[in-house]
Design a protein around this ligand. Structure first.
Ligand SMILES: *[C@@H]1O[C@H](CO)[C@@H](O)[C@H](O)[C@H]1NC(C)=O
Ligand SMILES: *[C@@H]1O[C@H](CO)[C@@H](O)[C@H](O)[C@H]1NC(C)=O
Ligand SMILES: *[C@@H]1O[C@H](CO)[C@@H](O)[C@H](O)[C@H]1NC(C)=O
Ligand SMILES: *[C@@H]1O[C@H](CO)[C@@H](O)[C@H](O)[C@H]1NC(C)=O
Ligand SMILES: *[C@@H]1O[C@H](CO)[C@@H](O)[C@H](O)[C@H]1NC(C)=O
Ligand SMILES: *[C@@H]1O[C@H](CO)[C@@H](O)[C@H](O)[C@H]1NC(C)=O
Ligand SMILES: *[C@@H]1O[C@H](CO)[C@@H](O)[C@H](O)[C@H]1NC(C)=O
Ligand SMILES: *[C@@H]1O[C@H](CO)[C@@H](O)[C@H](O)[C@H]1NC(C)=O
Ligand SMILES: *[C@@H]1O[C@H](CO)[C@@H](O)[C@H](O)[C@H]1NC(C)=O
Length: 423
């Protein structure tokens, strides 16, 4: 056996501890809309740019003035945008969309550099540049309703034009990205691109080890303003088969959770909804069972505050490390033992009741109305301080449940100050 003096052992230890830097970009929460933005560098020279984070579409767009990085109609690149592109004034064009107002307009297709910092989870590394990033230029009128201060949209959808897809194609890496949405408006979380892990946080734990997986489902019918015959949806659907509260099934007809041939029903994930939205019949039973199960916690509901279905007085709830003590909500996926457990920190929203000076905890799910296109839309509040992974190569979705269980949060990636750093 070879005996090494302690300094060498220490060196070997250091080498083993070295982690591959991750390509990542901060995600901030906007206090006005409760929605999220992604910070990137784009254009020439590179400019720090804040974009509304959206999972469900595949064309990134931003405001650009007097901008010349256009794509001619007769280029081979324009020809690859078979369904997404158009030709206008001999310039390849797109229809960038606003997913909140569902407005669109005809605008130029552009090609320029996109860049991201790298990080080993605690310190920032060099920028990685994607030279030929395809996006669209738009005008300020399309920004309405998006997260405040966003000057465009970061599209993270399934299509090969989406921001993560272009990064993975350009760097020839795995088509996989992860999101960690911050619960705090003060310190950002992060998006991690082109990696299946390890995802090492400041606390030195590898969060990719704690993911549970379920298949990603394709909705056969796109729900964009401009869509083409036979075009599937770019949104991420998962196979939620039942919803449990405190271990009991919400009594709903399971067929409403499946996607039919017209693309109706099912469960998708959206960062453009602050709270999970449920079709009325599901919502009604969900709130009813939650109220019933809360009685076991000695909780009596008080008057609900819009848009929520049930609220409790703050003083009636005890605190745990995963938020207020309330019945757990489980989203059961494709099999009884694969479920996404939602604890109080992600199910309940703290609000200040006006005029009374009293704090309330409300169940953070909202009624989307009857006969909605999608039965359940898992929204931002339920995703915060959870790590979620979209792995297109393995066609699966990974989720961690609350990171508070592991005594960490999405803000512990700690790359908060990079935007102000020199390029
Ligand atoms: C938006 O920009 C304004 C002005 O720069 C700034 O004061 C405000 O904090 C920003 N809001 C967010 C949510 O970043
Ligand atoms: C595209 O059209 C322009 C003029 O409109 C021409 O100069 C150029 O050579 C054409 N390029 C290709 C690849 O056909
Ligand atoms: C994207 O997909 C379309 C259709 O599937 C294909 O024609 C095109 O070449 C692809 N583009 C890239 C950049 O891979
Ligand atoms: C057509 O494109 C040229 C540059 O390619 C631009 O100068 C001109 O303003 C455009 N015309 C219109 C109507 O957009
Ligand atoms: C569930 O809904 C489907 C479609 O609406 C219906 O055909 C079926 O009978 C319902 N099942 C139950 C148990 O109500
Ligand atoms: C809630 O409890 C009431 C009274 O026990 C019962 O009638 C109702 O069916 C329950 N609701 C659900 C969704 O379990
Ligand atoms: C609810 O109240 C009863 C009677 O006061 C008590 O015995 C029980 O332990 C309480 N349960 C919880 C979960 O606090
Ligand atoms: C969803 O899961 C159920 C139960 O495992 C299965 O029967 C169904 O085929 C799955 N749906 C899809 C679209 O994979
Ligand atoms: C994040 O980084 C800053 C500056 O490098 C440091 O002061 C701060 O303590 C770090 N925060 C965490 C949670 O590690």
């Amino acid at each position: 056996m070879l005996l090494l003096p302690p300094p060498f052992l220490f060196l070997i230890f250091l080498i083993l501890r070295t982690v591959t830097p991750l390509l990542l970009s901060p995600i901030s929460k906007d206090p006005t809309t409760q929605l999220y933005t992604l910070s990137v560098y784009v254009q020439t020279p590179l400019q720090p740019t804040t974009l509304h984070l959206h999972l469900g579409s595949s064309l990134t767009w931003l405001l650009c003035n007097n901008y010349n990085h256009r794509i001619p109609c007769n280029s081979s690149l324009c020809a690859t945008f078979n369904s997404g592109g158009a030709c206008s004034n001999n310039t390849c064009s797109f229809f960038p969309e606003n997913p909140i107002t569902r407005k669109t307009l005809l605008s130029t297709a552009n090609l320029d550099t996109l860049a991201f910092p790298t990080s080993d989870g605690s310190t920032q590394g060099p920028l990685v540049q994607i030279k030929d990033f395809v996006f669209s230029c738009s005008t300020a009128q399309l920004l309405q309703g998006l997260a405040q201060n966003a000057t465009g949209l970061a599209a993270l959808g399934r299509n090969n034009l989406s921001l993560p897809a272009q990064i993975s194609a350009s760097l020839s890496t795995t088509r996989c990205f992860a999101l960690c949405l911050p619960a705090s408006t003060q310190s950002p979380g992060a998006a991690i691109f082109a990696s299946t892990g390890p995802y090492i946080f400041n606390s030195k734990i590898d969060l990719s080890k704690s993911l549970v997986y379920t298949p990603l489902i394709v909705n056969p019918v796109a729900d964009t303003v401009i869509s083409y015959n036979g075009q599937p949806s770019d949104e991420y659907f998962v196979n939620v088969t039942s919803i449990r509260i405190n271990g009991k099934d919400v009594p709903i007809n399971a067929s409403i959770l499946a996607i039919d041939q017209d693309g109706l029903g099912g469960t998708k994930i959206s960062t453009s909804e602050p709270y999970t939205v449920m079709e009325s019949s599901v919502f009604k039973r969900f709130v009813e069972l939650f109220v019933n199960e809360s009685l076991a916690f000695n909780l009596t509901a008080t008057e609900a505050v819009e848009p929520f279905g049930v609220c409790y007085r703050e003083g009636d709830l005890s605190e745990t490390r995963v938020g207020p003590a309330v019945p757990t909500v489980d989203l059961v996926m494709h099999s009884d033992d694969v479920f996404w457990r939602i604890f109080g920190g992600n199910s309940m929203v703290r609000i200040e009741k006006e005029g009374v000076g009293m704090g309330l905890w409300c169940l953070g799910f909202v009624d989307g109305g009857a006969h909605r296109r999608t039965s359940v839309v898992i929204g931002g509040h339920q995703l915060e301080d959870n790590l979620v992974q979209f792995d297109l190569d393995s066609n699966r979705f990974g989720f961690s449940s609350s990171l508070l269980l592991q005594a960490t949060t999405c803000s512990n990636l700690n790359i908060s100050n990079f935007v102000n750093n020199r390029i």
